[in-house]
Design a protein around this ligand. Sequence first.
Ligand code: HEC
Ligand code: HEC
Length: 308
Amino acid sequence: MGNMMTTRMVLFLWVLANATGLVSAAEQETLVAQGKYVFRASACESCHTDVENNGAFLAGGRAMETDFGTFYTPNITPDLDTGIGRWTLEDFRQAMMTGTRPDGSPYYPIFPYRWYTGMLPEDIAALWAYLQSIEPIKNNVPPHDLKFPFTFRWLNWIWRLINFKPGKRIFDEQRPAQWNRGAYLVNHLGHCGACHTPKTFGNFIGIEFLGGSRKIPGVLPAPNITPSQKAGIGIWSQQDIVRALKRAIGPDGTPIRGPMAEYVLFGSSYLTDEDLNAMAIYLRSLPIKEQTVETVEEEIQEMLGHGD
Ligand code: HEC
Ligand code: HEC
């Protein structure tokens, strides 16, 4: 009798352990899938894989030429020595939301944490689960090759004073859920403003939000994407915007090129139609900016009295 009880008990515990094990494996799988979606909506791959040189997935080393010098993106695979395999979820959360390394020093804003800072905690956790699920790759990335004085990492503290509000999320409870989802995807995951908002010293109020910029890596400027009929995409329909983000083609069928084509390939082409429509709704609701990308940066500089 006693033996019978023990056997039953063991069996019961075994079933219980397995059942809970299965549940958490399924939960883990869902979390990883969710994280993969966040990863794509955030277009992380476009920077962290050195596609041009057949670099391994997320193993870093992609060179990014800027006015400040050349940045090399870090290895973000779970490799213990050359990647982020020793990080905790908390280290990752800190990097994404506060733009600082585990040792507390600030990242350069070319890592678009200014936008990622608004990520929802559950999306950060899912993204972390996904990043831990990929293959670790040993790849030592060269150090950034920057011009003096940008070699000093602490200078980023000054940039941050002007440009960065940790945890800031664009959300308007007066607006419908779809608008807010679009705002979240455009601003925080999609970081469209990293390329499409003018970069001028002192433009801390963001007066030309999504008004276009020539100061992005590469030769192509990022155009004005506000609903201006003349300077922006005001004549594009809802469907035109969705199609551009899905397939990188303009309303007249011409291909969208360069960094935007890459962005679509690694990022927005994977999004659901529901999310793409939310993004288009948000973009079509934005304040109109009339500057064209050829002059927007100079015009702001003059307006702010820093003209040269
Ligand atoms: C525009 C290019 C770009 C995009 C997009 C981008 N990153 Fe980065 N990331 C960088 C660069 C450059 C650095 C290095 C910054 C520095 O050295 O201060 C970096 C740093 C990091 C770090 C810190 C690594 C370390 O070893 O300290 C992590 C983690 C990271 N990125 C993850 C991500 C994730 C996750 C995404 C998508 C949500 C993403 N990045 C999107 C360019 C990018
Ligand atoms: C890495 C920089 C980068 C990011 C991030 C980026 N774009 Fe672009 N985008 C560009 C560039 C460069 C072009 C111009 C491409 C060309 O000339 O063919 C462009 C073109 C476009 C166009 C076509 C505009 C026109 O007048 O033809 C639209 C629409 C657009 N982007 C929307 C977005 C949205 C929405 C996001 C965020 C979800 C985004 N972009 C993120 C760089 C970027």
